[in-house]
Design a protein around this ligand. Sequence first.
Ligand SMILES: [Zn+2]
Length: 339
Amino acid sequence: MRGVVMHAPGDVRVEDREDPRIVEPTDAVIRVAAACVCGSDLWPYRGVEEVAGRPMGHEYVGVVEQVGDQVRDVKVGEFVVGSFFASDNTCEICRAGYQSRCVHAEPVGALGTQAQFARIPLADGTLVATPGMPDADLVPGLLAASDVLGTGWFGAVAAESGPGKTVAVVGDGAVGLLGVLAARRLGAERVVIFSRHADRQRLAREFGATDVIAERGDQGVAALKELTGGLGAHSVIEAVGTQESMMQAIRSTRPGGHVGYVGVAHGVELPGKELFFSGVHLHGGPAPVRRFLPELVELIWNREIDPGKVFDLTLPLEEAAEGYKAMDERRAIKTLLRP
Ligand SMILES: [Zn+2]
């Protein structure tokens, strides 16, 4: 089969890779219908993370081709959406809603879903089948549920977004934009996004943002305080993962408020004394997308939400390198790849 391999920063190639097969009796093999490039794939692409010959991709939707002997619920021929961590969905951590930290969790990114086929471990606990074969226009939305929507949703939940709340979103990538959508669906009254890019501001407003702040860092915090009677937001979604974005999130949150941080942290160090006196709640981490998948699939299937709008570039799998480049250069918000 063909699949994406990153050999070094900036060096993305589509190559012949070994066809996946059932290894464990709990595995499934899927024919990938659509995959995509994640903002987190840009960390190694930009040389921030070590990379040498790594298969790429952890977001996926597709049709089940084969299942192992112990797979009970997932059936050959079903269209499925899965999360970027395989989980058994039965252990104590999973049952508490933290499937990305399942005691048997396996990162799907290590297997690489930017490919024609993929092996998915722990199929019954990882995959959610759609009610039938989706219309073509639903596929991008379902693919978004696999990571960016599920992650934005977790950010909004972790930040305790809800009725009467003002929610601020740090980061205008796909996760931040879908955090806006999630915050609104959860009932937030006001949703403020920090963004300097006209196309992303427009999409944020489509997803329900009520206010846009173009400043960042401490100037952004000051602008947000001005909007909120000097108090700061009740809830802040952090969807970047840098020192600046994390501090902007904490400083944008009012005392007693909540930060939901879902940007993969790179070099973030928190000043203890400032954190102590801030009085804010911090919760986040790798999103337990599997917790939210059944609900998100239903919302998309019933056309109540359209998170697929974050894909503004669609390319054949063979042109994956251009998909990475376009996102790196911020010409695209998110690239969908068609195997
Ligand atoms: Zn588990």
